[in-house]
Design a protein around this ligand. Sequence first.
Ligand code: SF4
Length: 237
Amino acid sequence: MKLYDNLIDGTMEELGKGQSRKISFDEKNAWSCLDNSEFIMQRDAGLELGGAGKPSVNYTCVTTSGKVTEDEILVYGKDINEIKGDTAFARIVILETEDLGEDEDQEKAFQAIRNLEFVRYHVFPKGYMVRVSSQSNQEQVRISNEALRGGISFARVGAAYIKKYKEVSQVKKVRVIFITETDLVDKLRPNADKVDAITRTLTHILDGLPTDCGHCSMKPVCDEVEGMRELHLGKKK
Ligand code: SF4
């Protein structure tokens, strides 16, 4: 899976201009999670990330190119306990996976992509309410006063995400990136639409989209993303 590699490189290049703190994954450190989403009322909220007109973005890329060699959390900007007031917010996940077999077994690859997308929206850290807009790729987070008092941090929330991703058998390594610097969030925002277009096109292809480039609405994606057209037309042969 190399379809997202250019976007991963572009993301890391942009982030290379900022300063990060790296925390290695420690399963014991993972913030506890609930089985379902939790509603935190405004009066119980201690902090809002990515709301109040501040930029926010969320995207997830998959690779098999050895770009992620350890399970890690990277934090750019202030951590949760340092934030006072509204702030920009991004959560970006880069997954190093086994070969998903998209060239051979469509059904298996389709299911794997579905499972990864499922995790993206189904981690519910306690006292950390995530509101996502899949249309605009924004993610806003409301954190309860109780969670703040309990010492919630990006390292601990990131570890909860990594733990959940690693339940998917094809996932080898996970990098979770949290960003609260407005400039960086703004610069990375355009990537989300591109990632989304790749994921949508890929799922359509794996779901059996007819190979008719002349009448295909995915053409702009295939024109831009190396390997996408080969992936689809290769299947026809
Ligand atoms: S290869 Fe052609 S038919 Fe397949 S998704 Fe791309 S543009 Fe559409």
